[in-house]
Ligand binder design. Structure first.
Ligand code: DGL
Length: 244
């Protein structure tokens, strides 16, 4: 039982889709969200840089007295989750990874597309899950850093966004992917456009809801859910200078 806030961070605005799903599941919880937009993108940075940036985000969240931290970024989870859990053993962490397990199980064509950053594809988490649960399907891994840039600029519809989405999605459809996994938290912000391009050829899979449920489960299990009858507070922090 604790009215302390739950912390979230991402390289930028992507993780807001996780935050929104969490707020629906846990409407009494206060939250603090850090968008590290000054250092975005994380996707092509070294693992060491991502660990350092993630650690700085966690320190800021702990300064705000967060009781649990959701790493709302696949790339940061891949590079830093293990490090963070070891460094802060008293804090529960929830991470995120591309949902290739359900996609592989449900695919009828046996071809699954995964969109993520290079950092996520190079991480141990993704490669272990792939080896365990997706060895019977063909995975087409596509780096889509351009989507991150679109979302950070707030361009989630219109001709430019549609052209870039087509460039990434059409080759996956041509390769007979019937499931497309959004393995970066920026990408669900483009989901309406991705769905428009995919039509009825492929189902788009993204795990915001699953991560929110996992976070709720961990809070409950640790007896950390808020039971105070107070309006929750939601704080948004951006590291970009003009947003301070
Ligand atoms: N939103 C982040 C993720 O889920 C990555 C975007 C970036 O490259 O910074 O992987």
């Amino acid at each position: 039982m604790s009215s302390r806030p739950v912390g979230f961070f991402d390289s930028g605005l992507g993780g807001l889709c996780i935050l929104e799903a969490f707020k629906k599941e846990c409407p009494l919880e206060s939250t603090v969200y850090i968008a590290d937009s000054a250092n975005c993108p994380y996707g092509n940075k070294s693992a060491e840089d991502i660990v350092n940036l993630s650690d700085a985000n966690v320190k800021r969240l702990l300064d705000k007295d967060c009781k649990m931290i959701v790493v709302a970024c696949n790339t940061a989870s891949a590079a830093a989750l293990e490090y963070l859990r070891a460094k802060y053993p008293a804090i529960p962490f929830v991470g995120i990874e591309p949902a290739i397990k359900p996609a592989a199980i449900e695919s009828k064509t046996g071809v699954v597309g995964v969109l993520a950053t290079a950092g996520t594809f190079n991480g141990r988490l993704y490669n272990e899950t792939k080896a365990k649960f997706a060895k019977n399907v063909t995975i087409i891994a596509t780096v889509a850093d351009e989507f991150v840039d679109l979302v950070e600029r707030g361009v989630t519809s219109g001709l430019e966004a549609e052209r870039i989405v087509r460039e990434k999605i059409e080759p996956l459809l041509d390769a007979r992917c019937d499931k497309i996994v959004l393995g970066c938290t920026h990408f669900p912000h483009l989901k309406p456009l991705i769905e428009k391009v995919a039509g009825n050829k492929a189902e788009i899979i993204e795990p915001s809801q699953a991560v929110a449920l996992r976070a709720k489960y961990i809070l409950k299990n640790a007896n950390l859910m808020n039971d105070a009858n107070l309006e929750p507070r939601h704080i948004f922090i951006s590291t970009k200078k003009d947003c301070d």
